[in-house]
Structures are given as structure tokens and as C-alpha cells.
Ligand binder design. Structure first.
Ligand code: IVH
Length: 672
């Protein structure tokens, strides 16, 4: 049998390895080993500890999750109060903030600010004594919070033991615990599939998870943390700048936000704000603004604090993504496939920086799910470029004269009957319905389809109303004489439209398929069809089985495609379009451009929409070499979420950096 001392050494070696890989993964965002290899280390440690319980220590990575639920959380009094932040809502507020600072400091020089994303989570304090995590607490009212030690111990990105040996003997670290969006969505999807209660947003879910009395529950929610400041520090001195303190925290294994930057003056702060606002949707966590902090600690001390907020920091908040409005009316519109869609007309309201007065309600099931009535106060959500949506109704504000929303019995465009097929209500009149025709033509002309410049909704409406066109194919028979007869159409506009129509004839097979507006065939399915069949005839003759052999096409979509192609009117439309001159080049067997030949790429951080292996394979298919570390020879670094040292290195070497979105655009552009 191995000697006790050898076993103890092996246990320490395994713990060291696990802590190191936890740090590489969570803090640096640059894992060095696979999940399976990590699990193997973890299992080996667990097995040894099970054989030698006397060697188990509190800060062993196996001891994150306790098994005895608490009956309540005890109170914790913060040794230094946990402050809050004053808010800025526009650039002027930030200019005023800097002015107050320079006036107070009696200086005319611009101030350097550490600029950070403002994480929308739960503020937490962690106390480390001699490098060991001894207590976790909520902010509470700033003076007194709750002891959540058991809960924070389960969060893998929070070290139980600090790295290195130059940390203060007592160190209180503060930061924000949050629920990563990806983990939150997974959890909610699972809860929904089981018919369980779902959480409204990641912040509420994080707060609820942190306060669980049974820490095993917290462990199941994959929470994470970004550290953004220190509280109590005893036993050694920290650096003189906030940004350096953040770097120091990182060397001790604490997770800090990779987007933190030092900028000069209100101007620098505002450009940081813009950058983060544009980046917001690609992050795996919610942020509700950015925070600017005077970087020099001596200046922070000189500025001091007001009652609850420091004079040296401010939060510049993003415009809210939710707004409240009143539902004035619901109108029904007919789409190109005959689907009748309820559209909410609401009192104009600013949400996410944009004024909104129309919101699609998708279908009657949605109206019923929301329990929506005309006259209701509604909560509208709009994030980034995503279409706005009604997320809830304030039922207790419902006026007495609120009116039920009823599906009309007749199509709003052609007065034919409407039938309800499961969720979807449909006009039964098919292509004889003017509304459907207009929508089909509008879709045909749209940017991602045939991209006919200048042929927008209004003009399509005019052309159909004047009975000049019935189908998309009729567009190509239009004459200048017919066009100039239309209201607001001069000779120049008519010429432009005819030229645009002529131009659009040269297209791609994928665009052509997409432009037909086959139900369920969006841009990417159209592309798969084009790649698979390459030519029109094989597509026209395809069977459900042929179609289902294409990777992203399932039975429902296959059936819709076959049904579309078997319809005589559709067949004639396709004939007429080709006879009218629409053509595309038949691509040879797809050979990818080696556009990245001779280049070296590095992937770092967590990618959200594709795996690292997939990204690697797709980049390689374009000729790139993938390297594990950044050097001056690196062509480009793709920085996913929580990218760490590789990103910093790339920036310091001036190597170009790409976001995940930009990578996707590049891959799509080159068909990789
Ligand atoms: S600094 C004195 N930095 O925002 C400074 N706070 O309204 C105190 N927050 O309670 C906080 N991200 O929960 C700071 N990078 C960041 C932050 C941040 C999120 C939260 C924190 C605080 C609240 C202030």
C-alpha cells in the first residue's frame, strides 16, 4: 500500500490541477484540457478522498456542495458598508459627473476612468482569510446582508482557495453573481417541458438560487460571478489603481470581466458606453449599463462618498428594454401563406431607445396565453434588433370597458372565410386573396429574396390594386407606360424600377428558392436546398424522402415543399419566372475558397452559437491554421465570452480580434 504521505501528496497534486484548470476555464476563458479530462481528474480525487476521509479538507474542490440544508440564513454585518451607485442616463450626465470631479479635485486635467459593464445580477461579498473562502454574503441593505456561504461555495468560478501567496491575510472581494443566459435558457426550457414554474429573467433566477437553504439546489443552477472591487483589506497593501487591483484579483484566481478598460475623460467613457451597447446582445450575461470609476485610488479617497454612493463612480444606464403602454386596438393582417396575424396597435412608447406603436401578437393562442384585451396596459419588451413583443398584461389595471379580442370570421383583405388550423388562422381563398398576393410579391422582392430595389410595400400595394400584377412573374412584364400612370411615379422612378427588375434577374438558386415563399422555407433552408439539388429540375422532381435526407429538413418541412411544388399554380409561376429571364449560375461541386490560406487563427473564450471544434473545422476548411497561443504571427483571435489572457495578449500585440458574430459572418460569406 502506498504511504500516507504519498497519498496526501497525490491528493494535493490533483487538487492543484483541478484548481488550475478551473482557473484557466472560468477566469481566463482558455481551457487547456477537455471536459472529459477534467472530469477524470475530479473523479480520481473523489475516489482517493473516499478512501482517505481523514485527508478531506474544507477547501478541496470536491467539497463545494454541502448536504445539510439550513433552516434560515443568518445575518451578516458588513465591516465596510456595500455602497450603491448614482445613475447617469445620457452623455450630458457623464459630462456633469466628470465636471463635479475635476471641480472638487481642483484640476483641469482629464480624469482616467476604469470602465466596466454593469452586470445585472446580485451583489455579493466574499471574505477570504489566509486565502481561504470563509464567508459569502448578500449586499442586503448595504449594512446588513445574509450569510450565503454554503451557496457561493457551489459556484465553480469562485475559488475556495486563492492562487499564489501574495494576497492580503484578510481580503473582502465584491462582485456580481449572475445566471449565464445560456444556462438560464436551458433551465427554463427544461422547467417548461416538465410543466414547472419558469423564471421571469436571469436576475430573479440568480437571486432565488443564491438564497436556497439547500445548497444542493444552488449547485444545480450554473451560476457565475464577476468580481469588481474590494472591501476590507488587511495585512498588505493593494496597488494604487482600481484597474491594477482588478488585475491582481485575477492573478489570485478570481473571475473579473474581460471587457474592463481604462478610458480618459467623459468622452472616453461615452465611446466605451457605445461599444458595449453594440456588443450587448452577444454577451452570455445581462447588463443594464456600464460603470465608470475614477481609476486612481488616491483620487477616490480624496473624493470620498456621499451617504450611500461614492462621488468617484457612476452607472451609465442603458435605455430600458421594457416599457408600459396601452393596447388601443388589435388589427388582423393576412400573410403570404394566408395566415391571419393579430397585430397590436399600442400608444407609442419608447422601448430600448426606439418608439414602438405596432407589435405583432403572432396568433390567437398568444392572445389567449397573454389573456389580452383591448384597453389593457401591456408590458412591451424589445432587446437589440429583436422584434418587440408583448410580454405581459397588467391585469389589475384593466379598465371596466376592456374589450375581448375576437378572431374575425372573414379575411381582412378579401372577405373570404377564415378557418383555424390548430394555432394558425387562415384565409381559405389562397392566391385569389389580394392580401396574400401582395404579401407574396412583397416577399419575392425583399432584400434577402430577389432584392428588387425600390419595390417596397407601398408600390406593391399600388400595382396589385391597379390590377397590373397578380403574381411575382407579372412584375417582369411591366412596362414604362403602365408604371407612369401610377400615382407618385415619374418617368425617372419608372426607369429605375425597370432597371432594378432587370438587374434582379441575375440571382442565385438559393435566393430564387427563398423568394418563392414556400411555407417553412427560410433563408437557410433555401440555401440547403440549393446546395443539395444545385439545379431546378431535380428540386422540382424531389420526393419527401429525398428532401428528408437533407440534414436540416424534417418531415413537416419536406411535406410543405412537396405540397408547394405539386400545386399547379406554383408550377406555372416557376415556369413563368424562368421564362421571364430569371437565371443563376449553376455552382460546380462546392469547393471552398481557401481564403484564409497561410493564416494562423486562435480561438479563445466561450462561443455561444457553435462549438469550438465546429469553429475550428470551419476555419480550417477555408485554409486557416488553428493555434493554441497568441504570438505576433497570429493573424486573428476570435474572442468568445469571458475571453481572458489570449485576448489581452492579442490587444497588446496589435493582433486583430473578431467577435463570434463577425466570425459567423465570415464563415457564412465563404459558405464554410
Ligand atoms: S461598483 C461603490 N461595478 O450595481 C461601487 N457595481 O447600483 C459599488 N454592479 O450594487 C458597486 N456591475 O450590484 C460596481 N462593474 C460593477 C457592477 C456593479 C454591477 C451592481 C452592484 C451594485 C449596483 C449599484
Amino acid at each position: 500500500m502506498a504511504r500516507q504521505a504519498d497519498i496526501a501528496a497525490e491528493i494535493e497534486r490533483l487538487r492543484g490541477g483541478i484548481n488550475h484548470h478551473n482557473y484557466s476555464y472560468h477566469s481566463l476563458g482558455a481551457p487547456e484540457i477537455s471536459d472529459a479530462e477534467f472530469d477524470a481528474l475530479f473523479r480520481a480525487l473523489k475516489a482517493l478522498e473516499a478512501e482517505h476521509p481523514e485527508l478531506v479538507s474544507e477547501d478541496s474542490p470536491t467539497q463545494r456542495v454541502g448536504s445539510t440544508p439550513l433552516t434560515s440564513h443568518s445575518q451578516v454585518t458588513h465591516e465596510l458598508p456595500m455602497l450603491s451607485l448614482d445613475n447617469a442616463f445620457d452623455e450630458q450626465d457623464v459630462v456633469d459627473f466628470e465636471k463635479r470631479i475635476t471641480t472638487r479635485l481642483k484640476t483641469s486635467e482629464s480624469i482616467e476612468f476604469a470602465c466596466e459593464p454593469k452586470i445585472d445580477g446580485v451583489a455579493v461579498s466574499l471574505m477570504y482569510e489566509d486565502g481561504k473562502l470563509v464567508r459569502g454574503a448578500t449586499r442586503g441593505d448595504g449594512t446588513t446582508g445574509e450569510d450565503i456561504t454554503q451557496n457561493v461555495r457551489t459556484i465553480e468560478s469562485i475559488p475556495l482557495r486563492l492562487r499564489g501567496d501574495d494576497y492580503p491575510s484578510r481580503l473582502e472581494v465584491r462582485g456580481e453573481v449572475y445566471f449565464p443566459r445560456s444556462a438560464f435558457n436551458r433551465m427554463n426550457a427544461l422547467a417548461e417541458s416538465k410543466g414547472e414554474r419558469t423564471f421571469a429573467n436571469p436576475r430573479n433566477a440568480a437571486a432565488g438560487s443564491l438564497r436556497q437553504l439547500d445548497a444542493r439546489q444552488t449547485a444545480e443552477r450554473k451560476l457565475s460571478m464577476f468580481c469588481y472591487s474590494v472591501g476590507l483589506v488587511e495585512g498588505s497593501q493593494l496597488p494604487g489603481r482600481h484597474s491594477e487591483i482588478i488585475s491582481r484579483l485575477k492573478t489570485w484566481g478570481l473571475r473579473t470581466n474581460p471587457l474592463i478598460e481604462v478610458r480618459t475623460g467623459a468622452e472616453g467613457c461615452s465611446s466605451f458606453f457605445e461599444g458595449i451597447l453594440n456588443h450587448r446582445e452577444s454577451l452570455d450575461y445581462d447588463i443594464d449599463g456600464v460603470v465608470f470609476k475614477v481609476d486612481r485610488m488616491d483620487l477616490q479617497a480624496e473624493l470620498g462618498v456621499l451617504t450611500r454612493t461614492p462621488r468617484w463612480a457612476i452607472a451609465h444606464k442603458f435605455p430600458p428594454e421594457e416599457g408600459i403602454s396601452t393596447l388601443r386596438e388589435v388589427e388582423f393582417q393576412v400573410g403570404r401563406t394566408g395566415a391571419i396575424t393579430p397585430v397590436a396597435r399600442v400608444e407609442p412608447v419608447k422601448v430600448g431607445g426606439v418608439t414602438i406603436s405596432n407589435v405583432t401578437l403572432h396568433n390567437m393562442d398568444e392572445v389567449e396565453r397573454l389573456n389580452l384585451m383591448v384597453g389593457d396596459s401591456v408590458v412591451i419588451h424589445r432587446a437589440g434588433d429583436v422584434i418587440p413583443k408583448v410580454v405581459s398584461v397588467l391585469v389589475n389595471k384593466r379598465p371596466e370597458n376592456a374589450r375581448k379580442i375576437v378572431l374575425p370570421t372573414a379575411c381582412p383583405a378579401c372577405r373570404s372565410d377564415i378557418v383555424r388550423e390548430e394555432v394558425i388562422a387562415k384565409c381559405i381563398n389562397g392566391r385569389r386573396c389580394r392580401g396574400q398576393r401582395k404579401e407574396a410579391i412583397r416577399h419575392f422582392a425583399s432584400r434577402l429574396a430577389m432584392d428588387i430595389e425600390g419595390l417596397g410595400e407601398k408600390l406593391v400595394e399600388q400595382l396589385v390594386e391597379a390590377s397590373l400584377i397578380e403574381t411575382p412573374a407579372d412584375l417582369f412584364g411591366l412596362t414604362k407606360e403602365q408604371l407612369v400612370e401610377l400615382e407618385r411615379m415619374g418617368a425617372r422612378s419608372a426607369d429605375n424600377l425597370l432597371a432594378a427588375l432587370e438587374n434582379s434577374k441575375e440571382t442565385t438558386f438559393a435566393r430564387f428558392i427563398y423568394s418563392l415563399g414556400i411555407e417553412e422555407v427560410g433563408e437557410s433552408t433555401a440555401k440547403s436546398l440549393a446546395d443539395h439539388f444545385r439545379e431546378l429540375e431535380p428540386l422540382r422532381n424531389s420526393t419527401i424522402d429525398d428532401l428528408q435526407s437533407i440534414s436540416d429538413i424534417g418531415p413537416i418541412v419536406a411535406e410543405k415543399i412537396v405540397r408547394y411544388l405539386q400545386d399547379e399554380d406554383n408550377d406555372q409561376l416557376i415556369e413563368a419566372l424562368v421564362a421571364g429571364g430569371i437565371h443563376w449560375e449553376v455552382e460546380a461541386e462546392r469547393e471552398l475558397d481557401q481564403v484564409l490560406e497561410g493564416q494562423t487563427w486562435v480561438l479563445t473564450g466561450t462561443l455561444s452559437s457553435l462549438t469550438r471544434n465546429e469553429a475550428k473545422a470551419r476555419l480550417q476548411s477555408l485554409g486557416a491554421k488553428i493555434a493554441g497561443s497568441v504570438s505576433a504571427k497570429t493573424t486573428c483571435v476570435v474572442a468568445g465570452d469571458a475571453a481572458g489572457s489570449k485576448l489581452t495578449k492579442a490587444q497588446s500585440l496589435g493582433v486583430s480580434v473578431m467577435t463570434e458574430d463577425e466570425l459567423l459572418q465570415l464563415l457564412v460569406k465563404h459558405n464554410a
